[in-house]
Design a protein around this ligand. Structure first.
Ligand SMILES: [Zn+2]
Ligand SMILES: [Zn+2]
Length: 341
């Protein structure tokens, strides 16, 4: 399914099968979850995508072919920080995330912040992704996936889970944690927060009592509209909705020294607000991309919780339907594309 130009439907067509290059895996795709970022790319809200482009950065597949000359694990220019690069054999299950390649050499990579790499390449954005029967990926950025999940269940963990986890870690040891926008990423991260005994406060669209009930059922101590103040001041808040007006709203709900973490890649403009709302060492930050270390940590903790995903499957050729329903807010779970072969 190919995006020729933003704001056009994807087109089903045959493309040449790729050969894996140095250090790359050729992967037969089994599932690929749909992320809000895919929508932002299709809708032209993110600058300079590769065109034509194959979207998709939550890819689960099997290794079909391995490129010659794999990189060595430890000692290669950008080995994982905590661990050696993973090794793969033909037939292994593999997870391919958003971060597809970094230079290993810029000031950010050298200081353990490869998520900010000046020359990073991103799966399904600046390199082709998983809305296709086959894809190639640099093995060093791929993950082995926990056995307890099947190919459909595990797909949403590769972005909603992983980048959500990075947002969650930015809240430090906050005891009272607010989450604005209770979509897919929030639902996954809430499970980890509860597992780690945080008090969870969930904010939805005003009047969305159904989602508020679901959040309470999951274990939130408070759930209400984003126009309401929580019952207690928060130590941290994560904003998963792409609505800039939530930033000053979340700031007002914080205790002194609290942090607001913006978890999305795109947000509408943030309205101005009085300095008094930021004073007393409150912080606003964002999360960009992921490091491989985030992924290693997340895939270690997720099966222990265990984090459960909610999915709704679509065959690959129904990708436009999945995107349209996502845009219209008509999905009740994460859309996952499936492949017949
Ligand atoms: Zn770099
Ligand atoms: Zn994503």
């Amino acid at each position: 399914m190919v995006l020729n130009r933003p704001r056009q439907p994807l087109q089903l067509r045959d493309v040449p099968k790729l050969k894996p290059g140095r250090g790359q895996l050729l992967v037969r795709v089994r599932t690929c979850a749909v992320c809000r970022t895919d929508l932002h790319v299709v809708d032209g809200e993110l600058p300079d995508p590769k065109l034509p482009l194959i979207l998709g950065h939550q890819i689960v597949g099997r290794v079909e072919e391995i490129g010659e000359e794999m990189w060595e694990g430890p000692g290669c220019p950008d080995s994982r920080g905590t661990k050696a690069a993973p090794t793969f054999a033909i037939g292994d299950r593999v997870g391919i995330p958003w971060l597809g390649w970094t230079d290993g050499d810029c000031a950010y990579c050298r200081s353990g912040r490869e998520n900010l790499c000046d020359n990073a390449r991103f799966t399904g954005y600046t390199i082709d992704g998983g809305y296709a029967d086959f894809t190639v990926a640099d093995a060093r950025y791929c993950f082995h996936l926990p056995d307890r999940y099947d190919d459909v269940e595990v797909a949403p963990l590769l972005c909603a889970g992983l980048i959500g986890y990075r947002s969650y870690r930015k809240t430090g040891d906050a005891r009272r944690l607010g989450i604005y926008g209770f979509g897919n990423a929030a639902h996954l991260i809430a499970q980890i927060a509860l597992y780690e005994r945080r008090e969870l406060f969930v904010f939805t669209r005003p009047g969305d009592t159904e989602t508020q009930q679901a959040a309470k059922k999951l274990g939130a101590v408070w759930a209400g509209g984003s126009d309401e103040m929580p019952s207690e001041k928060l130590d941290a808040a994560i904003i998963f909705a792409s609505v800039g007006a939530l930033v000053p709203a979340a700031l007002r709900a914080l205790a002194k020294g609290g942090v607001v973490v913006c978890g999305g890649i795109h947000m509408t403009d943030i309205p101005s607000f009085p300095y008094a709302d930021l004073w007393e060492e409150r912080v606003i930050t964002s999360v960009a991309n992921l490091t491989r270390r985030d992924g290693d940590e997340f895939f270690e903790i997720a099966p222990r919780v265990p984090v459960r995903t909610r999915t709704e499957t679509f065959p690959l050729d129904q990708a436009n339907t999945a995107l349209d329903r996502f845009r219209a807010g008509k999905l009740s779970a994460t859309a996952v594309l499936t492949f017949s072969k």
